[in-house]
Design a protein around this ligand. Sequence first.
Ligand SMILES: [Mg+2]
Length: 183
Amino acid sequence: MSDKPRILIDIDGVLVNFLKRYAEYYFKDTGKFVNWHNIDNYDLRLSMPTLTKYKYLYDPEFYTGIDFLPGAISTIDKLYEDQYLVQFVTAAVTKESMVAKFDLLSRTFSWFHIEKNWMVLSRKQLLFIPNSVIIDDNPHFFEESQLRYNICFAWEHNKHLRGRVNLYTDNWLEIYSFIRSLK
Ligand SMILES: [Mg+2]
């Protein structure tokens, strides 16, 4: 396993459809419809203004029933079977969302262990793991990433990164092929 790159996977916008969920909460809360396909700024307060930042992430149910992105679960399971060290990396936002994400991962991946497959950081830009691949969707992250292989999960809000990362895609099969081509 040692010569294989470590696989670091963001949760919101990479494993699950965070924008769709957030827009559903916003609609229930305010009655205002936001087409999540068209959200073109990573700062959600610009498209869904609320008084509290991360307002809906205090709800322990936020991740219950959330949509997974197509192909994410089966590809991540496959990477685990292929003997990659898979770690989910997430920036701490609210206590409720941390617990809910942990529950989601435990329920979804039979092999998931908190000690081995989970990393919570204040800023992902601080990560320094020489032989690693990260899959993330945060454009600010890629501007400062110190990691070797950077895969940007494609959304409207990060389209300016097309061509500036190792791979820009929203297709998990393409992500799998890229990772397998590395060694
Ligand atoms: Mg994300």
